[in-house]
Write a protein that binds this ligand. Sequence first.
Ligand code: ATP
Ligand code: MN
Ligand code: MN
Length: 365
Amino acid sequence: RVAELAPHGRQMAPYACQRRTPLLHSNQPLTEALETLAEEAGFSGSEGRSLAFTRAASVLKALPGRLGALEELGSLPGIGEHSRRVIQDVLEDGVCAEVERVKLSERYRTMKLFTKIFGVGVRTASRWYQEGLRTLLDLQERNTKLTRQQQAGLRHYGDLNTPVERSEAESTSRAVQEAVKRFLPGASVTLAGGFRRGKPRGHDVDLLLTHPEEGREVGLLSRVVSWLDSQGLILYQHSQENSYGLREGPEPLGGRDVMDRFERCFSIFRLEAQGGPGAPRGWKAVRVDLVVAPVSQFPFALLGWTGSRHFERELRRFASRERKMVLNSHALYDTRQNLFLPATSEEEIFQHLGLEYVPPAQRNA
Ligand code: ATP
Ligand code: MN
Ligand code: MN
């Protein structure tokens, strides 16, 4: 049986949420190549193809050691023909010609440049590319129409594309905590996102706010944001009201599977520089996501906002396909029993799903 011949192919579960995926793994060159193709497919609007490459990369991230030869893949789940070719090229030549071509292509480079602007998605970037725009300067010189968010993104482009260090995430968290304490003592601020998974740096700071008494969290965010603003800590912010519970039933949320309906604030903070005299200037712009969850939904929010994006997608796919349940960042609904399954911790959510608990540091799928 092939699976037994392949040292790695043996115990690889098909869904990423059934596996442990550490931050550091032994197949970086392979996953980088596959993720470049996933990104490129996303830029062309081929979501299915993008997902296939992402899945293949994710499987390699969960391998216990370095893949030495294609045969070792054995019957690993979720690695298609195209991905196998890419893996083979990288194993044999160190690089894959197709990937190198993509990385050099004008379209890929431009799409990457534009989508790194806060507030610019694939559709906008693609339109600009089609209109012949190629550089950030082009956007200014041709008076391209920009939203307020995109203007802020462009203004702080350099800072926002400089990784946020863990120390910066922590001091951001402390600043928010202090503001929260002023208005609602007892409320908590939790660092989620990549930092909770153990990443040493990230592209933003994801903070979850809640209060142990349901309902007390209502109205907190706008006060906190106003106060931080009055202290000169906010360079940009865009808030959204809670819209969960306005509709009946567990209908899947929105078009994109990751969007939820919590009260939230997408912002850019002006963070005092921690760097000593060597620091080029006194502050740095940092992207911060603030999300407020009622305590009854908090475990779902925490699970949903810890990521990785692929881990979340797989959890939801597993829930619906294998358990006939609907999971989102608000709740877990069992469609067979027609009831919501409450939880007071992430562990309980995994239990409801019949999954072994995966700690945050192992969700780097
Ligand atoms: P990075 O270091 O790049 O920030 P990250 O894993 O923290 O990595 P984010 O984009 O900040 O990436 O997202 C963190 C998690 O929050 C994701 O896994 C995603 O599921 C969730 N998330 C992000 N944006 C939204 C959104 N608009 N609505 C709902 N959930 C979201
Ligand atoms: Mn993040
Ligand atoms: Mn985020």
